[in-house]
Design a protein around this ligand. Structure first.
Ligand code: SF4
Ligand code: SF4
Length: 444
């Protein structure tokens, strides 16, 4: 309990409502412009962009259709469970007939607001999320009835305290070592605690039947996601940032509709493979992105730079929890008993995750193996290792990954940045130099 002296919010200073409203309005207007600009740039770069992409363009408007839908469903009695990171068991939220939405912030302007209460050394994902809360900008954060907060890094741990002034926070403690015999048991207990909290919030029991249905729904989403990913392995039929947008909209869209729309997109793309109709030149250098999550809309700064550079690059795959890691692994169930399903969920959310918050006797070797496998599968020419300043976990793993990539003769570039638009010019020069080098290697 807070002390007698400490009344009101713990961190966020009192702000006049007029200031909140003004900032909300101006940042929202700027954000809508960024969203529109990103989509226009994607359209410009891909002249014959499939019609099916229009759906994802619409859902990408964080202040648009999806927000309205969720509001209406809330009015009709549904609960919204926000989550800050991919350790939250989505299947359980769906099983209890609640709406899952990810609430991490990709707004650069709100990071500046977060600076009012946090030093700039703190990761901008955290400063931006706090800033978004200060001016009630994030529709999904505002609509959440509770937030699942896995305590993976120091930033997220303290973020949970700040947000606790506004929303019920459900902590989860992922073990830092995932392959010790007892840690999976500890994690399963965490999953069981979240299950109870979801049931209490929604008033809906998670049963064998509704959990099975939810797992199957997510398995279908994974299947559609993998179908799209398979199309990225060959000659380019979809540009990287378009595929990234498709993947990221799954974090706030209705999962069944998203799955159907991804399958419609894949139908169009598969025809293009047959007709040898490409989204860009087949000899474009193939780039993998890895590192800090790249959150829509402002963080499209990086894929925009890569795919608009001269020479141009093509993002064919990523190793990010804002991208390919969201849906890559399905929950694998042997027998559809309640206990088996709960075990399968626990395993999937812990063992399949390659987040750098993990270590083991061999360090975070799952991430290394994931990267090596994808480089081979997607015929990657070079890797861009993206780190926002303040994200110690990704920064520290760089040297190890670089050594592995050096041995594979795969060039890697460490692209560190901030939540700002001011460094676009110098980043462009850095990205172009890297892509020039990749192109020169391909010509030899
Ligand atoms: S990088 Fe790790 S801790 Fe950060 S959001 Fe992703 S999964 Fe969570
Ligand atoms: S980007 Fe890094 S420091 Fe920031 S919240 Fe994610 S894991 Fe933590």
């Amino acid at each position: 309990m807070a002390s007698e002296i400490e009344k009101g919010t713990k961190y966020i200073p009192e702000m006049a409502q007029t200031e909140i409203d003004d900032l909300n309005k101006s940042i929202k207007t700027a954000s809508l412009k960024v969203i529109e600009d990103n989509i226009e740039r994607m359209k410009k770069a891909w002249k014959n962009r499939p019609q099916a992409m229009e759906y994802f363009d619409e859902i990408s408007n964080l202040f648009g259709k999806r927000q309205e839908e969720i509001k209406q469903q809330k009015t009709a009695g549904k609960k919204v469970v926000g989550y800050s990171c991919i350790f939250a068991p989505i299947e359980m939220i769906l099983a209890a007939d609640a709406i899952p939405v990810r609430v991490g912030s990709g707004w650069y302007d709100t990071a500046k607001l977060g600076d009012r209460i946090m030093p700039v050394e703190i990761c901008p994902v955290i400063r931006s999320t706090v800033g978004a809360k200060m001016v009630s900008l994030s529709p999904f954060l505002e609509l959440s009835d509770a937030i699942v907060m896995p305590l993976t890094c120091d930033g997220r741990t303290k973020l949970s305290e700040i947000l606790a002034d506004y929303k019920p926070i459900w902590h989860m403690n992922p073990p830092r070592v995932k392959d010790d015999p007892h840690t999976l048991g500890m994690w399963k207990q965490e999953i069981m605690v979240i299950k109870e909290k979801i049931e209490k919030l929604t008033g809906n029991k998670i049963t064998r039947k509704n959990l099975k249905e939810a797992i199957e729904k997510m398995q279908q989403a994974t299947k559609a996601f993998r179908r799209l990913q398979d199309l990225r392995k060959g000659n380019p039929v979809i540009n990287g940032r378009d595929a990234m947008l498709v993947n990221q909209t799954s974090l706030w869209d209705d999962v069944e509709r998203w799955t159907q729309k991804v399958n419609e997109l894949c139908d169009e793309l598969e025809k293009r493979v047959e007709q040898k109709e490409h989204s860009t030149y087949p000899d474009t250098p193939r780039v993998m992105l890895t590192g800090t999550p790249m959150i829509w809309p402002d963080s499209w700064k990086v894929p925009n730079l890569i795919e608009e550079s001269n020479p141009q690059g093509l993002v064919v795959v990523d190793e990010q929890c804002s991208g390919d890691r969201i849906l890559y692994d399905p929950v694998g169930v042997d027998e559809w008993t309640m206990s088996d399903m709960l075990d399968a969920i626990s395993e999937r959310y812990l063992m399949a995750c390659t987040c750098p918050c993990f270590t083991s006797e061999h360090g975070n070797e799952d991430r290394i193996n994931w990267i090596i496998d994808r480089i081979k599968e997607y015929k990657v020419d070079g890797v861009i290792y993206y780190v926002v300043r303040g994200c110690i976990l990704y920064a520290m793993e760089y040297q190890r990954i670089k050594r592995v990539l050096d041995k594979m003769n795969i060039p890697v570039y460490y692209l560190d940045t901030e939540y700002t638009r001011e460094d676009v010019g110098q980043m462009k020069t850095r990205v172009e130099a890297f892509l020039e080098m990749l192109e020169a290697r391909m010509d030899i």
